[in-house]
Design a protein around this ligand. Structure first.
Ligand SMILES: NC(=O)C1=CN([C@@H]2O[C@H](COP(=O)(O)OP(=O)(O)OC[C@H]3O[C@@H](n4cnc5c(N)ncnc54)[C@H](O)[C@@H]3O)[C@@H](O)[C@H]2O)C=CC1
Ligand SMILES: O=C(O)C(=O)[C@H](O)COP(=O)(O)O
Length: 382
């Protein structure tokens, strides 16, 4: 069996080599010729899996080791009888932690506490749902907009316009869709952006085109009260340098790039392929996941909850580093910028999730322990 895979899939050989010959290629340039005699394609989000790409191949299965699958023509795969799997939720924790770290940095910079703000989550699925629960556990007032959800106790669901009117922080966590009853392409256009409350923090860690980037640029030119965090950009890997300059935090589509999230994505697609082939899954995620570089923090009784959370979060992930690297794009010509965007993603430094850090907070106040636990850090009892 021949398996063609994106070269940026961590542990792709460790997972798939037991099932066939694995050929790795740069994801953006995988073409129909590469797939002519392939049985399986294992992709990430940068490979446009269109009808044209797959229709003349002998592919039996396509997997994408990502949560989003707007790059895949699932209908064409179904019609052609090609099996498909994505990796739902694989990197949801990673995105949640990205958002929490961004908010921690902005709150410190601007002198407020997130607990005093109302946060609106657009798209309460794997990412949005986890973010909703984490923020609620921190005592933040959270509301959500998701037209596909049924009412649920403890969750205030509102329309998008109401969410925009009421929220100080808005996180976008929908898929990118252009069809159906509630398409998300340009969900936030000029009128929604102009309607944002004074001082709103807008975070897009879903897909770039959920926000009309041209409208955002024009609104940011006239509204310096807004704070914007963009992980995703319309027309990636082309990033508009004018927009990058005006956002408060800009990163190269790495919100979901914790090593844990990426490995989970690889393993989920490996397991889906094994099920498809009717074979036992012999590779286990536990065996593949390395130890984190930082394993333990120990807080004394003098630390307060704000200090403890900032220290623990920044020890695990300091988003300012990604923002600083991204700003190097500002000095580049368009082609170099495109290449650098992909280079940063391919060579992304190892980032681990909060749960990999054990924190001994037994000597600290109850409030410290509760806050760290709400964020998902590992607080062993002994
Ligand atoms: N920046 C990054 O690295 C990452 C980005 N993503 C993106 O985030 C998206 C969301 O991820 P998940 O939570 O895992 O997906 P999910 O499918 O679990 O959740 C998406 C939610 O959005 C809701 N939704 C759909 N259309 C909507 C609309 N018009 N208005 C409001 N809500 C709407 C759905 O009902 C669903 O509850 C993915 O599709 C992907 O595009 C996901 C992981 C990493
Ligand atoms: O899982 C998703 O959806 C994402 O957005 C991924 O983090 C994208 O990563 P790449 O597939 O572009 O490496």
């Amino acid at each position: 069996m021949k398996i063609v895979a994106d070269e940026n899939i961590p542990l792709v050989r460790e997972c798939f080599a037991g099932l066939g010959e694995v050929i790795t290629l740069p994801g953006r340039s995988i073409c129909a010729d590469d797939l002519a005699d392939a049985d399986v394609l294992v992709s990430r989000s940068v490979t446009k899996v269109s009808r044209e790409l797959v229709q003349n191949s002998r592919l039996k299965f396509v997997g994408t080791c990502t949560a989003g699958f707007d790059h895949v023509d699932v209908e064409a795969l179904n019609e052609l009888g090609i099996g498909f799997s994505s990796a739902p939720g694989c990197n949801a924790r990673s995105v949640v932690e990205y958002v929490l770290c961004a908010l921690d940095i902005l709150a410190e910079r601007d002198g407020y506490r997130i607990t005093g703000r109302t946060v609106g989550i657009v798209g309460k699925g794997q990412v949005g749902g986890r973010l909703f629960r984490a923020l609620q556990a921190l005592g933040v007032n959270v509301i959500a907009n998701d037209p596909f959800l049924e009412p649920e106790a403890g969750v205030e669901l509102v329309g998008l316009n109401e969410l925009i009117e009421r929220c100080d922080v808005i996180g976008l966590h929908t898929p990118l869709t252009t069809t159906g009853s509630h398409p998300t392409h340009h969900l936030l256009g000029e009128s929604q952006l102009l309607a944002l409350k004074h001082g709103t923090v807008l975070i897009n860690a879903g897909r770039g085109a959920v926000v009309d980037n041209r409208a955002l640029l024009s609104v940011l030119k006239s509204r310096d009260d807004l704070s914007v965090v963009l992980d995703v950009w319309e027309h990636e890997p082309d990033v508009d340098p004018e927009l990058l300059e005006l956002v408060d935090i800009g990163t190269p589509h790495i919100a979901g790039y914790s090593l844990d999230g990426k490995i989970t994505g690889t393993v989920m697609v490996y397991q889906a392929l094994c099920r498809f082939l009717g074979l036992p899954a012999r590779v286990s995620q536990r065996d593949l996941t390395p130890l984190p570089p930082l394993m333990k923090l120990d807080f004394t009784g003098t630390v307060d909850a704000d200090q403890a959370t900032s220290v623990a979060m920044r020890a695990t992930y300091d988003i300012r580093r990604d923002d600083a690297l991204m700003r190097r794009l500002l000095k580049m010509e368009p082609e170099a910028r495109r290449l650098a965007f992909d280079f940063m993603r391919k060579n992304y430094s190892e980032r681990r999730e909060f749960s990999t850090l054990k924190i001994d907070a037994r000597r600290s106040e109850q409030a410290v322990q509760e806050r760290l636990a709400a964020l998902g850090f590992h607080l062993p009892d002994e």
